[in-house]
Design a protein around this ligand. Structure first.
Ligand code: SF4
Ligand code: FES
Length: 182
């Protein structure tokens, strides 16, 4: 009987093997390596947009949230290049962010804030929050979208499809139920 090919790969110089491939970010979490992840929304978007989960794979930057492990991959999670790239991505996302987290309905459950905290001091140095909500759009009678908090996860590419479920699954506080029955 033919044996299944074992997938062998390295993470930060350490050898690993798997009988079946799996998502890189999920495997990193399994072995206790914490990398931010923000735009992937289970059952809704496949990620790959916000770039806060970048790692280095065989000397190239790649998103870990939407790529599977392949044989002979050499993954570096905390190389200078990977750390800088993640910091750049988070800086980009917060460059137009109001940073008024204390008054945000998503406080304590925001993927962008989580990414910011995981990524540490490097980002704080260049963090210049706008301090204002610059671009708010009323989507329907009881839903509003604050673009200054959006991380472009892809759920709102078509704003006509935004409903209460989308509000619940927005990774940040960008979508909010207003004048509702909460
Ligand atoms: S507003 Fe829409 S596109 Fe922006 S982060 Fe929320 S769900 Fe994603
Ligand atoms: S979490 Fe991977 S690109 Fe957004």
């Amino acid at each position: 009987m033919q044996e299944a090919a074992i997938i062998k790969f390295r993470i930060n110089g350490k050898e690993y093997s798997l009988e079946q491939s799996m998502n890189i970010h999920d495997f990193l979490s399994r072995i206790g390596i914490v990398i931010p992840k923000a735009c992937h929304v289970a059952g809704k978007t496949n990620g790959g947009r916000c770039k806060v989960c970048l790692v280095e794979i065989n000397d190239e930057l790649a998103t870990s949230c939407n790529n599977d492990i392949k044989n002979d991959m050499d993954i570096l999670t905390h190389s200078h290049k990977a750390i800088e790239a993640r910091a750049w991505a988070i800086n980009f996302l917060i460059s137009h962010h109001p940073a008024l987290c204390h008054s945000c309905h998503k406080m304590g459950d925001c993927r962008l804030a989580e990414a910011f905290m995981i990524s540490g001091k490097k980002i704080e140095k260049c963090f210049k929050p706008s301090g204002t909500h610059t671009d708010i759009k009323q989507i329907s009678s009881d839903i509003q979208l604050d673009y200054s908090k959006c991380i472009y996860c892809g759920q709102c590419d078509d704003i006509t499809t935004i409903n209460h479920q989308t509000v619940e699954s927005c990774p940040t506080g960008a979508l909010e139920k207003v004048n509702g029955d909460e």
